[in-house]
Design a protein around this ligand. Structure first.
Ligand code: C5P
Length: 243
């Protein structure tokens, strides 16, 4: 689980233009949040943007979801570590050898990024899994892949807040759970279907909350961040989980 006092909120810097990401980065405080740089921003702005965010004091989650042969993924994780990122992720479906290679490549570093696995993308339903030859329900696969990641020595997984409670129970207290699909009660859901409030996600076992549009698309992003922080310390209502 997270250490006391460290920021739980990871702001997803999902912007079509680099200047939007730069402006938000300049307004945010690295003591209050971390930032996530994903495929879109990385492809537009490259490693220099990552270095700029790291240089400004932000913990950076480099969300590139590496999935390739073991040697290639291990080398990519090494390159991410050279950029000074706080967290990097790989696909658990790359298999045990790929996960172990990534973990082993980072092991000699005195300071290394947290190594996190993506289990089943939340955009995939049972029918999608069947179409790619993987029968069964997504939650079973999530659990199997999370245990594969834990056994390979990874630090945690990205998961839906709905899966957090079961994963916390099966993978233990030290396994990091990173959850997108988080929405303050009053916020628009956008395309996220199964959401939880920030406080409910943490109560379910989430360590870190990935939050994009409720902050990035707000008229006042800093006020939106402050409202989410307030939600995190407010008492939980009985029905805290949005269906
Ligand atoms: O804007 P919103 O809060 O929905 O952004 C959520 C972020 O988390 C996006 O960057 C999205 O790509 C990412 N994500 C997700 N669901 C997953 C994995 C990642 O929404 N299962």
């Amino acid at each position: 689980m997270t250490g006391h006092g460290e920021p739980r909120i990871i702001v997803a810097l999902d912007f079509a233009d680099v200047s939007g990401a730069e402006a938000l980065l300049a307004a945010l405080d690295p003591a209050r949040c971390r930032v996530k740089i994903g495929k879109e921003l990385f492809t537009r702005a490259g490693p220099r943007f990552v270095e700029r965010a790291v240089g400004a004091g932000f913990g950076v989650f480099l969300d590139l979801k590496f999935h390739d042969i073991p040697n290639t993924v291990a080398a990519a994780c090494d390159a991410a570590a050279d950029l000074g990122v706080w967290m990097v992720n790989v696909h658990a479906q790359g298999g045990p050898a790929m996960l172990a290679a990534a973990r082993e490549r980072l092991a000699p570093r005195t300071v290394r990024p947290l190594l996190i696995a993506v289990t089943v993308l939340t955009s995939l339903e049972a029918a999608d899994l069947a179409a790619i030859g993987c029968p069964g329900e997504p939650p079973q696969r999530v659990l199997l892949l999370a245990e594969l990641a834990r056994n390979a020595g990874l630090d945690g997984v990205v998961c839906s807040p709905q899966e957090a409670r079961a994963l916390r129970a099966s993978c233990g207290a030290d396994f990091r759970l990173v959850t997108p699909g988080v929405r303050p009660a009053s916020a628009e859901r956008h395309d996220q279907k199964r959401v939880m409030t920030p406080a409910a996600a943490v109560a379910a076992g989430a360590d870190y909350l990935v939050i994009g549009r409720p902050i990035t698309a707000a008229a006042d992003p800093l006020a939106a961040l402050a409202a989410i922080e307030a939600d995190l310390v407010a008492p939980l209502p009985d029905a805290a989980v949005s269906a």
